[in-house]
Ligand binder design. Structure first.
Ligand code: AMP
Ligand code: MG
Length: 495
């Protein structure tokens, strides 16, 4: 044994020595309430994202320790962190809801990482001044879903908050039935939402509104500082990121379920995983949230709802932009950026590296064909990777009850592929048509096992979903059709 092995382990990357910065806490008292997490008894690990821990610069050994378990459950304060709950407001289901805020999330602060500063939040860490009627807790079920889907989205190349770990406790939590508590440690460069801006705007705290906008510009949108009207430039830049985000969601068949303005990230990240769902059969009007009785957040309405939310952000920023016409003009590019970004994503799914005039018609026809035949969305695209103009493409055709329509579409697609480099096409499709998405039933199976303290399913799904375009031999059952019982899974806002 060398002397290096005998020496005390370096403290760097352990909970005692994380490089905290906590810039959000510097914004001032109007933005948050400082408080500690409420402890949970006898915590245990449910899921650990060791790759993320590495990215954050956490020491591998420490991430396995009891100290880390206690810290990420909120039972021990990490020295240098500055836990707080932030205040925000928002429009929920189209209606002004007034003050909301971090009702069950605690921002521990922000650490320096090789990928830039990252905030760490504990979701489910107990009551805060913004809990309203809530208990400040999150249940095991929804925490596993958030943990897995954050990493699934990242694996798919869609902007998202990330997830470091989930811990559980047998402490009971009352929902429709009695469940148990869990805490997700999630990370992002910032958790600021549209609702933060709405809060300071509608409460007339315009100085704080400016402080917040300047903070966001200086840290995340520095190019806006150079614009003649930095706040209009910010609105336009957020719109552009949101357009990209919507294109990502639509292309992969993701339904968020609760696109309220308090669930919209100022960085254009997918945030607050609740009743989300990846489409099984392609149904454009699908509503994944059973509490959304009006279908406000149906799959095919998401891009318009994002625009509606951006409009709210624009209104909130008006005291800074000062000119309504200029605010409206900043929102205008979304109307072309979103469809262009979606077309680009869909062309990649079709394996088309360049753009031709008729591609939009081909994409539209594809959506229509999938809808008319209620074809499984992810399986269709993955099977399409094997399409060749010469073959009859039986694996793809088998998904359609209307074979004639499929044949007509396949002919159109074959004609478009004439002259396309097949190697290039194969590569594009391989990287854009995932084999593995977090379907409801897959999450459900992992959750059922986890309730019995078998966390291996969470681990397996994490591995598959972090690399969803890979084959993962031996795991084809995770890439198959949903079982019949999948359609009876009811996902509501309750989490
Ligand atoms: P959501 O729609 O889940 O993003 O939540 C909307 C608002 O309700 C946010 O302010 C949450 O912090 C808060 N909230 C949701 N669930 C709870 C809970 N169990 N306890 C306290 N606050 C909650
Ligand atoms: Mg929320």
């Amino acid at each position: 044994m060398t002397s290096a092995n005998l020496s005390a382990p370096d403290a760097a990357g352990t909970g005692d020595a994380l490089p905290w910065r906590n810039s959000f806490a510097g914004l001032g008292e109007s933005f948050f309430t400082r408080l500690q997490a409420q402890a949970l008894p006898d915590p245990y690990w449910v899921g650990r994202n060791r790759g993320m821990a590495r990215e954050l610069g956490l020491q591998a050994e420490w991430f396995e320790s009891q100290a880390a378990l206690e810290a990420f459950t909120g039972n021990q304060v990490l020295p240098g962190s500055d836990p707080l709950a932030s205040v925000y407001s928002g429009h929920q289901f189209g209606v002004w809801a007034g003050q909301l805020g971090d009702g069950r999330a605690l921002l521990l602060g922000e650490i320096d990482t090789p990928n830039g500063p990252q905030e760490i939040q504990l979701k489910g860490a107990g009551k805060t001044p913004y809990s309203r009627m809530g208990d400040g807790r999150a249940v095991l079920r929804s925490s596993i879903r958030e943990f897995l889907c954050s990493e699934a989205m990242h694996g798919l190349g869609i902007p998202t908050t990330r997830a470091l770990c989930v811990t559980g406790s047998d402490a009971p939590v009352r929902r429709e039935e009695i469940e148990t508590a869990a805490v997700v440690a999630r990370t992002a460069p910032s958790f600021i939402r549209f609702g933060h801006f709405e809060h300071f705007s509608y409460t007339g705290q315009h100085e704080q509104l400016k402080t917040l906008a300047d903070y966001v510009i200086d840290r995340f949108y520095p190019e806006c500082r150079e614009a003649p009207q930095p706040y209009a430039a910010l609105l336009e830049a957020v719109s552009a990121r949101t357009a990209q985000l919507m294109a990502g969601w639509q292309a992969v068949g993701f339904c968020h379920g609760v696109m309220n303005t308090d669930n919209m990230s100022i960085l254009g990240l997918t945030i607050d995983y609740g009743p989300f769902q990846f489409l099984d059969a392609f149904d454009p009007g699908h509503v994944c949230n059973h509490s959304d009785t009006q279908g406000r957040y149906a799959y095919n309405r998401q891009p318009n709802m994002a625009y509606w939310n951006l409009f709210c952000l624009g209104q909130a920023l008006l005291p800074l932009i000062e000119d309504q016409e200029q605010a409206l003009a900043a929102l205008e590019p979304y109307k072309t950026l979103f469809p262009d970004a979606l077309q680009a994503r869909m062309r990649s799914k079709l394996g088309l590296a360049d753009e031709q005039a008729e591609d939009k018609i081909l994409v539209d026809n594809t959506f229509k064909l999938l809808a008319a035949n209620k074809v499984d969305y992810s399986i269709f695209w993955r099977r399409l990777n094997g399409f060749t103009a010469q073959s009859g493409h039986e694996p793809g055709r088998d998904l359609f009850f209307d074979r004639e329509s499929f044949n007509a579409w396949a002919l159109q697609y074959s004609q478009r592929l004439a002259g396309v480099d097949q190697g290039l096409r194969a590569g594009l499709m391989q990287n854009n048509n995932p084999k593995f998405v977090l379907r409801n039933h897959l999450g459900e199976e992992a959750i059922r096992a986890a309730k019995l303290k078998d966390f291996s399913g969470v681990d397996t799904l994490l591995t598959l979903l972090q690399a969803p375009f890979e084959e993962h031999p031996g795991h084809d059952s995770f890439a198959g059709f949903p079982p019949d019982w999948a359609s009876s899974i009811e996902i509501s806002c309750s989490s």
